[in-house]
Design a protein around this ligand. Structure first.
Ligand SMILES: Nc1nc2c(ncn2[C@@H]2O[C@H](COP(=O)(O)OP(=O)(O)OP(=O)(O)O)[C@@H](O)[C@H]2O)c(=O)[nH]1
Ligand SMILES: [Mg+2]
Length: 443
């Protein structure tokens, strides 16, 4: 990596200061060309100086030299703190670029930190989440990952597998029938499995905390879906009318329940329609329902339950569904809806049951999750952890039925490689590229 990169690292907009970050072998020489002061002898010390363009001072700035390898990226890093507003920082960046730096791609600073071994992939995910965390719980989860809690836990499990693999290898070298002093392979794997079983719910929680739970509001036209969305977000977000088929596009709003970000989607009422626009809305509604984590199915409690409602509710059985029986301010004619899913009586009109609905959404979202000890992971990392658990369970099974130590050792090896990929070891360039592209520029 020979080029030097630069970017504005602070948010664009009005603020007291903006920071331009330059990282790479030429960072110091570039700073000498654009600043009045020519030497920054101490690591991490701030020097007051001027930003110079065409021999003129354009801003009074502070400059810090984070010396290689003690900087964030592991390279020589120069940070120039300009005055706020976008213009000074942009001028500074333009000067750095015209003096030899290249504008950094999103996440490139963190990518260099990863390449230089300063952080692992799990910690990089933590940085990413911390930048974009939306709720307190999400921020705490990101901070835990950033400080290496996930990495340490994954590494510990990895090392346990490695040690067991080693002991099995020794067994394999012995003649048929002879074993070492009572190595209990299935028992050992069982212990490793417990460790992973404890870790995975924390990672699922982290996923939910950073991405939010997707909750789709669906049901027949006029059931009161849009009214319910408005009641949940406490504002008039979606159009409500007494005409069935009012909502066509999907309307998204976010709320936070008990520290958990919840993404709500109001959708078109489900019915056959000859109207091209409405039919497209219904198609989108079904798609959203299939992609959701939780479905709130709204029925109009003031009418007899329609055959379509019963059919839709049956179709949702086995999925995470809450049935909201709306219009509780009117006489109930729908009767007791026949379903195993949680049912809640609500009135979008007078607010009855809305708190209970919020709690039900929260309970369903955090079921099997350890929210208060959440760890941030990407979907890829969570999938690898689950894959490792599957391999280990198969390995345990093979040890119990005596499928042979080589089979067990193979499964342990596969689990171990997955754990390494969680940490970014042996991860393909493609994966790493896609991960760092999600960062904002300057990070
Ligand atoms: N009395 C009463 N009326 C309600 C309640 N919720 C909604 N309504 C009325 O029911 C009608 C339909 O409400 P919407 O929220 O537009 O229903 P929707 O399910 O979004 O309808 P579509 O978008 O057409 O699918 C409106 O006239 C609302 O005022 C409620 O809790 N009580
Ligand atoms: Mg609607």
């Amino acid at each position: 990596m020979t080029d030097t990169i630069a970017a504005i690292s602070t948010a664009l907009g009005e603020g007291a200061i903006s920071i331009v970050r330059i990282s790479g072998p030429d960072a110091v020489s570039i700073s000498r060309r654009i600043l009045a002061r020519k030497d920054f002898p101490e690591h991490a010390k701030m020097y007051l100086t001027s930003l110079i363009a065409d021999g003129e001072t354009v801003d009074r700035v502070l400059c810090v030299h984070f010396m290689k390898p003690k900087s964030y990226t592991g390279e020589d890093v120069i940070e120039i703190h300009t005055h706020g507003g976008i213009l000074a920082a942009q001028t500074c960046l333009a000067l750095a670029v015209s003096n030899g730096a290249r504008v950094a791609e999103p996440g490139e600073f963190t990518r260099r930190a990863f390449v230089n071994g300063h952080i692992d992939l799990a910690q990089a995910e933590g940085v990413l989440s911390l930048i974009s965390s939306r709720s307190n719980e999400a921020m705490k989860a990101a901070a835990r990952t950033l400080t290496g809690e996930l990495s340490r836990a994954v590494m510990r499990i990895h090392d346990e597998i490695l040690s067991l693999q080693g002991r099995i290898e020794i067994e394999l070298d012995f003649p048929e029938g002879e074993t070492l002093t009572g190595l209990d392979v299935s028992g050992e794997i069982g212990r490793i499995i417990s460790g992973l079983e404890e870790l995975i719910p924390r990672c699922s929680a982290g996923m939910i905390l950073s991405h939010g739970v997707r909750v789709v509001i669906s049901g027949r036209p006029n059931a009161g879906k849009s009214s319910l969305l408005n009641a949940l977000v406490s504002k008039k977000r979606a159009i409500v009318t007494e005409i069935p088929g009012t909502t066509r596009d999907i309307i998204e709003e976010s709320i936070i329940i008990g520290g958990v970000p919840v993404r709500l989607y109001d959708t078109a009422g489900l019915r056959e329609s000859d109207d091209v626009i409405e039919a497209e809305g219904v198609r989108l509604a079904v798609e959203a329902m299939n992609e959701s984590d939780i479905c709130v199915y709204v029925v109009d409690g003031s009418c007899d339950l329609s055959a379509e409602d019963s059919e839709n509710i049956r179709g949702l059985e086995g999925r995470q569904t809450i049935i909201a029986v709306n219009k509780s301010d009117l006489e109930n004619k729908a009767g007791d809806v026949d379903s195993l899913c949680p049912k809640i009586k609500v009135s979008a009109k007078n607010g009855e049951g809305i708190e209970a609905l919020r709690s039900a959404i929260y309970d369903m979202a955090v079921k099997n999750c350890a929210v208060s000890s959440g760890l941030n992971v990407s979907a890829f990392q969570l999938e690898e952890l689950r894959g490792a658990l599957r391999d280990l369970r198969e390995g345990e099974e093979s040890a119990v039925i005596g499928a042979g130590d080589d089979v067990t050792a193979g499964l342990l090896g596969s689990a171990r490689l997955r754990l390494l990929r969680v940490l970014g070891v042996g991860a393909g360039d493609e994966l790493i590229d896609s991960m760092f592209r999600r960062f904002c520029v300057g990070k």
